[in-house]
Write a protein that binds this ligand. Structure first.
Ligand SMILES: [Fe+2]
Length: 282
């Protein structure tokens, strides 16, 4: 394989360097999932470099809590991976008892923590994929009364309990969980939020449109994650059992899906049929 063929492959492996710390054996300070200045992961009181802040402010929920429907809010925080502005979206789900579950949690600034706490008591922290351990330690310290439910590969995290297929009673009616099979190094679970019909995904779908420029655009393009909703090359390359993967995609009740809320990029509130077709064609 020549250099031109190897470069995209190697770049794709590195694109998730911020999220796949454990797998890539990065230094312990990063593996622990603490806030890391090089990654700018998590909301921070420190002033963000203007190039990061300017670009991520295109996300409509960047560092502000936005209501997406009854009992569902989102909030995006900075995440810079290899110099590209990936950002990370937290999803806040209100359960039947009024308590909250945070999906893909990170430590929050006091102001953001106040905004989230104003919605209800934070009872559950849910890490839906092995790639989203970054920020969990800081979230636990800040929201120490909350239980931590994690994907299969993250059971090594202190205090972690397995994310069950049937969610605890207070969330069972709000979220239908669909584990994505066939990817033993990812173990992502996606959720259908029943009140809104929004499909909550972590890395299954990225949605970076054409407004992203410069280095971020180049990296997203190399990752196969640029120009609208996409399944990245790395995510595809993690599939080890295609039949199990397809079975999971088919288990998503697509007729009820009204939109997609990804962890990275913009939310998508139309043309979900295109995403369904794309996933079913893998
Ligand atoms: Fe991610």
């Amino acid at each position: 394989m020549g250099l031109r063929q190897m470069l995209p492959v190697q770049m794709n492996r590195m694109v998730f360097i911020g999220e796949a710390r454990g797998k890539l054996r990065l230094p312990p300070g990063i593996v622990n999932g603490e806030f890391d200045r090089r990654l700018h992961l998590g909301a921070t009181d420190e002033k963000l470099p203007p190039n990061i802040a300017n670009r991520m402010q295109g996300l409509d929920d960047f560092q502000v809590v936005v209501e997406r429907g009854p009992g569902l809010h989102t909030l995006s925080v900075p995440l810079v991976t290899m110099g590209a502005n990936f950002g990370r979206r937290l999803v806040i789900v209100r359960g039947r008892d009024g308590c909250l579950a945070l999906l893909s949690p990170v430590g929050l600034t006091p102001d953001l923590h106040r905004q989230v706490s104003a919605l209800g008591e934070i009872r559950l922290l849910i890490v839906p994929t092995d790639f989203h351990d970054g920020g969990v330690a800081a979230a636990r310290r800040q929201m120490e009364g909350a239980a931590l439910l994690v994907s299969d590969g993250l059971m090594k995290l202190p205090g972690a309990m397995p994310l069950p297929t049937s969610l605890p009673g207070e969330l069972a009616a709000e979220l239908l969980s669909i584990p994505i099979g066939g990817q033993p190094s990812v173990n992502e679970t996606v959720f259908l939020h029943s009140a809104t019909g929004l499909l909550l995904v972590s890395d299954l779908i990225f949605n970076f449109d054409h407004r992203w420029r410069g280095w971020s655009r180049l990296l997203f393009r190399i990752a196969g994650a640029y120009g609208g909703p996409k399944v990245s090359r790395l995510f595809r390359s993690c599939i080890r059992d295609r039949a199990a993967f397809r079975e999971s995609i088919n288990a998503i009740p697509w007729s009820k899906v009204t939109g997609i809320v990804p962890s990275h990029g913009d939310c998508l509130f139309s043309a979900t049929e295109r995403v369904e077709r794309m996933l079913k064609a893998i």
